[in-house]
Design a binder for this molecule. Structure first.
Ligand SMILES: Nc1ncnc2c1ncn2[C@@H]1O[C@H](COP(=O)(O)OP(=O)(O)O)[C@@H](O)[C@H]1O
Ligand SMILES: [Mg+2]
Length: 414
């Protein structure tokens, strides 16, 4: 492969890598090039090793080549390689210093801390807090999906990197990969009309589409079907890129950075190009999110516009609770959906049934994912509505309030 020819490692042209990994295409010609690729390539390969012996063997050779290339005898190859990458305008030598170790997440209780730590390490600057919140939100939803839906017993592999492109434009990229059943299979039973993998994959991005309930409903106690919807809208609104490769189909969604041109969604050819599991890459220009609460508010409005409406009464109350209300703080349970479901079942529901007021305190939480609030409040809210008993909330940050509004809206709709 000579300079000028495309490398099998760009998000715009992921087919060569994906086709190798899903067993429909040849091994990449120059494996040592892969050693210098961005993290998503490594994560995609690493997660495939266990299930494809030939990939495992190639990975070993790749690591050896990467080690050899650091030795004086390979000086020439090394400079040719770097030249190639830089000529391509994609990577600078700086990139190589910005890699983070992959981490496996197989347990729902790890999701929050891994996401927070990774987001903080990637974007530590205080003035980039809104970018950091966005990254953390995406990681929580993606990791939760691998734990809940992939059926991969080893869970999801997560990685992140930061790259400096020409003109000092920084891109942050996060990747989550599993070797599980894939999105089409997960949706198959309850969504028979989405039998084609491309149709299933696109539909997974719609609000309220989930493998856990039928179309037309807005949720179960556990799921709202909103995780991928939020992530896709985030990519659209920030000029980011979202790649989802799963068994039988791959899509790339690119947002518009100028805020004028429309986002584009395309499937990767040839038909059937996928991934032996589910691979999701989310890339964002650093600093493109300047107002995280507003981003969430906009996505909430878009979701609302696509959800049947019924709520007229408001049973979530933002005004002061009666003194007798039993109070629960949420921060210590943040993003742990198992704890949220337990709190709902053991504390909130019994009190609402007895028509006693409850108060949820969101102090210290700037970011709460839609799917977490869903596990906490979907059932209590439906019950509160049926029994005409308000649920009080306090210390609610703006982005959390938008998400609560959205939840109340659809919880009573389907
Ligand atoms: N990693 C994955 N492996 C298998 N299926 C997945 C994966 N991620 C998402 N899905 C499928 O896509 C659906 C939509 O995901 P999402 O929008 O996050 O909603 P939810 O998780 O609430 O169901 C899931 O219900 C599941 O059927
Ligand atoms: Mg989800």
């Amino acid at each position: 492969m000579s300079p000028g020819q495309p490398l099998p490692l760009s998000l715009e042209d992921p087919a060569p890598l994906l086709r190798w990994l899903d067993g429909t295409g040849p091994e990449p010609e120059r494996l040592e090039f892969l050693a210098l690729a961005r993290n998503w390539v490594h994560t995609a390969i690493a997660k495939t090793r266990r299930i494809r012996p030939e990939v495992d063997e190639a990975w070993g050779r790749m690591l050896q080549l990467a080690r050899d290339i650091a030795t004086p005898e390979h000086q020439e190859t090394r400079s040719a390689l770097l030249q190639h990458l830089m000529a391509d305008g994609r990577l600078t030598v700086d990139d190589l210093a910005h890699k983070w170790i992959d981490q496996l997440v197989s347990d729902i209780t790890q999701v929050e801390s891994v996401s927070r730590t990774l987001a903080e390490r990637l974007v530590p600057q205080e003035e980039l807090e809104d970018t950091r919140h966005t990254i953390r939100y995406v990681l929580v939803e993606l990791l939760r999906n691998t734990v809940q839906h992939s059926l991969d017993p080893r869970g999801g592999l997560v990685s992140a990197d930061l790259s400096v492109f020409e003109g000092n434009r920084q891109m942050v990229q996060v990747t989550v990969a599993d070797a599980g059943i894939g999105i089409p299979e997960s949706l198959r039973t309850l969504h028979p009309s989405a039998a084609n993998p491309r149709v299933a994959l696109e539909r997974a991005l719609w609000p309220h589409i989930s493998g856990t309930f039928e179309e037309g409903l807005t949720g179960t106690a556990q799921n709202a079907g909103m995780g991928l919807f939020f992530i896709a809208e985030m990519a659209k609104l920030t000029g980011g890129t979202l790649l989802i490769a799963t068994r039988g189909a791959t899509l790339v969604l690119t947002g518009s950075s100028d805020g004028i041109s429309a986002p584009t969604l395309r499937f990767i050819d040839p038909q059937g190009t996928g991934y032996p599991g589910t691979l999701v890459v989310f890339e964002l220009p650093v600093g493109s999110v300047v107002d995280y609460p507003e981003l969430i508010e906009t996505i909430k409005d878009r979701a609302k516009a696509r959800t049947p409406q019924r709520a007229t009464h408001r049973w979530l109350r933002f005004d002061p609770a009666p003194a007798a209300a039993a109070a629960f703080e949420i921060r210590s349970r943040a993003e742990d959906t198992a704890k949220a479901t337990a709190l709902a079942r053991d504390e909130l529901v019994p009190r609402i049934v007895r028509r006693e007021p409850v108060l949820l305190d969101f102090a210290g939480l700037d970011i709460v994912t839609q799917s977490y609030l869903h596990s906490l409040l979907y059932e209590p809210l439906r019950l509160a509505w049926a029994l005409r008993t308000p649920i009080y909330v306090t210390n609610v940050a703006p982005a959390v309030r938008s998400t609560l509004d959205l939840l109340e809206n659809y919880a009573l709709a389907g």
